[in-house]
Design a protein around this ligand. Structure first.
Ligand code: GNR
Ligand code: NI
Length: 167
């Protein structure tokens, strides 16, 4: 297993659109194991392949308290959305920045599991937020794209300053 480097906003590679996984082979299984390790170590509640510069439709999520309920979504599609919720989001690709984003309150998502079986999951609350946040990454979107242009500019300035300090 290995920890993978996470791309940081505003890296242009975070804007790439992920392609569907055609075959779940050993390379994909190794990638998923490494993504899970990277998510748990960060620590985060989700990670999209886009964030580790792999532009395939793969997401790992664990919103459980005990951090023992790994969810792997391959080729995920939201088939139903309902209601509205606002949640204060963060992102491993936008470290130290948190802001409120409005999203659907409930989603149904269909996906392939790691065995290649087609599944459907109904989610609400934080899990629904996380699913929408991760599927955005696969479409080249980060949560700050939901914020005003002024906030996006402030975030870019703040992250650039941080990068200079840690460099
Ligand atoms: O760890 C994460 N926490 C989080 C909190 C609120 C809303 C979304 C998230 S996802 C984030 C990990 C991440 O960046 N996934 O792409
Ligand atoms: Ni994120």
């Amino acid at each position: 297993m290995a920890l993978l480097p996470i791309l940081r906003f505003p890296d242009a590679r975070l804007k790439k659109i992920a392609s569907p996984v055609e075959k779940i082979d050993d390379g994909i299984r190794t990638l998923i194991a490494n993504m899970a390790e990277t998510m748990y170590e960060a620590p985060g509640i989700g990670l999209a392949a886009t964030q580790v510069d792999v532009h395939k439709q793969i997401v790992v999520i664990d919103t459980s308290e005990e951090r023992n309920q790994l969810l792997v979504l391959i080729n995920p599609r939201i088939t139903h959305m309902d209601g509205v919720q606002v949640y204060e989001e963060g992102c491993l690709s936008v470290p130290g920045i948190y802001d409120k984003v409005e999203r659907a309150a409930e989603v149904d998502v269909t996906f392939l599991d790691i065995e290649g079986e087609s599944r459907t999951l109904k989610a609400d609350g934080l899990l629904a937020v996380c699913i929408q946040h991760e599927l955005d990454h696969l479409q080249g979107k980060v949560f700050v794209d939901h914020l005003s242009q002024l906030k996006q500019l402030r975030i870019k300035t703040k992250l650039a300053k941080q990068a200079r300090i840690t460099a």
